[in-house]
Design a protein around this ligand. Structure first.
Ligand SMILES: [Zn+2]
Length: 252
């Protein structure tokens, strides 16, 4: 009886946890690394591993990348960078970053919050800064997936499509280079997801099938991580395959 009650209490707790599973942000201020202005930004206050089960996983994208707050923006010089990168820039690249941002800077309507500045405006600014700073294909694959996600939500399907073409190209470069991080299994699922979003259903299914037969390899992972990672990504590939076969749109 005691055990049954414990199980019941556990179930109740899990149900409660599911209903209150929310991410929260807090106010903060940071110095713009390009112009020195004090910028109001949002920092993560709380979140949980439940974000890995949210529907954006089918695009290999996870909160906070799905939240427009993740892309910081300086209202003075218009530097845009992902939250963890909004800090001192390499001295030898500072002038080139400032110049790249200035080239794209355009008048914006006054907005109270930085995350209300359209992603379609902030993303190219971030891309210009990261191009100067230099980033690898693992970064660009994720950056362009994120761009596709936000541009679609902002009602810019053509721009979203262009971003996903680039996310796909970056995933294919990672696969061709036999990259270890992210592992091949993940790159194949990302490839399948982008192909489906680009309307290539059969190619998407082939990539997902290949992903399911590809275990995670590499010295960078413990046996436990490989086991959990394989299970998570196999389930993800399975769920995505079902969506593709049914021809259902991927939920945001
Ligand atoms: Zn600035």
């Amino acid at each position: 009886m005691k055990r049954a009650l414990t199980a019941l209490a556990m179930t109740a707790c899990l149900t409660l946890a599911a209903t209150v599973a929310a991410t929260t942000w807090g106010d903060s201020k940071q110095k713009c690394p390009a112009c020195g202005a004090e910028v109001a930004v949002q920092e993560i206050a709380s979140y949980g591993s439940y974000v890995y089960q949210w529907p954006s996983k089918l695009q290999l994208l996870y909160w906070p990348m799905t939240d427009p707050r993740v892309l910081y923006f300086c209202p003075k010089c218009h530097l845009s960078l992902l939250m963890g990168d909004f800090k001192a820039l390499p001295a030898d690249k500072l002038e080139a970053v400032r110049a790249a941002v200035a080239r794209l800077k355009a008048e914006q309507p006054a907005l109270k919050e930085y995350w209300e500045v359209p992603m379609a405006y902030r993303l190219p600014l971030a891309e210009a800064a990261y191009t100067v700073l230099g980033r690898d294909d693992a970064f660009w694959a994720r950056f362009h997936r994120m761009a596709g996600y936000h541009l679609e939500l902002s009602g810019k399907p053509e721009l979203a499509r262009a971003a996903r073409e680039r996310a796909l190209a970056a995933a294919e470069r990672l696969i061709a280079a036999k990259a270890e991080a992210p592992p091949l299994k993940e790159n194949l699922i990302a490839k399948g997801s982008m192909l489906y979003l680009l309307g290539k259903k059969e190619e998407a299914l082939a990539a997902l099938q290949l992903a399911k037969g590809t275990p995670i390899e590499g010295k960078g992972f413990t046996d436990e991580q490989k086991k959990n990672g394989n299970k998570y990504l196999d389930d993800l590939a399975e769920e995505l395959t079902a969506k593709v076969k049914a021809g259902e749109p991927l939920p945001p």
